[in-house]
Design a binder for this molecule. Structure first.
Ligand SMILES: [Zn+2]
Length: 210
């Protein structure tokens, strides 16, 4: 790797550690849940290790894997590594993938599982998603059934990625959210925006039902 590549990779790792600690403090990765990765070279990632508490993430909690999720220097990566590598293989411009078990995302994913997606429209916060410049739009958030077999879970995500309907985020029912972006800051903004939007959406439903 050239020096520029090395510097970019180091900056991504530092940014990821900062975000992991912040999201951990927010209570979005309780009890060692969640997992994170950054791209450090064209076909190489740094992935969180299995069982590490993300609130205390440091460099020792990350390990290199290839785009098939295979460890490059040994170790056991997060169980959901296959969902990260799927996104990196699909989108060459994506360099960060974040997965959290945040409360609004978890509740909304259960409530909208039967519908298979959630439509969010006319929120100013939609502009936090890369490429969106107006509130006057609608974003469809896929809600996929949970599954312990990661290859089957990836297979249910695949159609959404293949036809471009999933941009930046998806939910897994009763589980949490996945968000990605061109850099860690973009992926983190997508996590924060989606969690906020879903909290609003749930509140609105409660008010309407009252
Ligand atoms: Zn998870």
């Amino acid at each position: 790797m050239d020096q520029t590549g090395q510097a970019v990779a180091e900056a991504r790792i530092d940014a990821l550690i900062r975000v992991a600690r912040e999201f951990g403090q927010q209570g979005w990765t309780p009890a060692t849940s969640g997992n994170y990765s950054v791209r450090t070279a064209e076909s190489r990632l740094m992935m969180t290790r299995s069982g590490v508490h993300k609130r205390d993430l440091d460099r020792g909690g990350l390990m290199p894997v290839d785009l098939d999720g295979q460890p490059i220097e040994g170790g056991r990566p997060s169980a959901e590594t296959g969902l990260h590598t799927q996104l990196y293989r699909h989108f060459p411009g994506v360099n960060a993938v974040l997965h959290v078990h945040s409360p609004a995302a978890t509740v909304a994913s259960r409530m909208f599982q039967a519908q298979g997606s959630i439509e969010l429209s006319d929120y100013e916060m939609l502009k936090a998603f890369a490429g969106i410049t107006t509130h006057a739009t609608a974003v469809t958030v896929p809600v996929l059934p949970n599954e312990q077999n990661i290859a089957s879970l990836a297979a249910s995500v695949e159609p959404w990625l293949a036809d471009g309907r999933a941009s930046w985020v998806y939910l897994i029912a009763g589980h949490g959210l996945y968000a990605w972006g061109s850099e860690v800051a973009d992926a983190a903004r997508h996590v924060e925006a989606l969690e906020f939007l879903l909290a609003c959406h749930l509140l609105e439903q409660r008010v309407n039902a009252a």
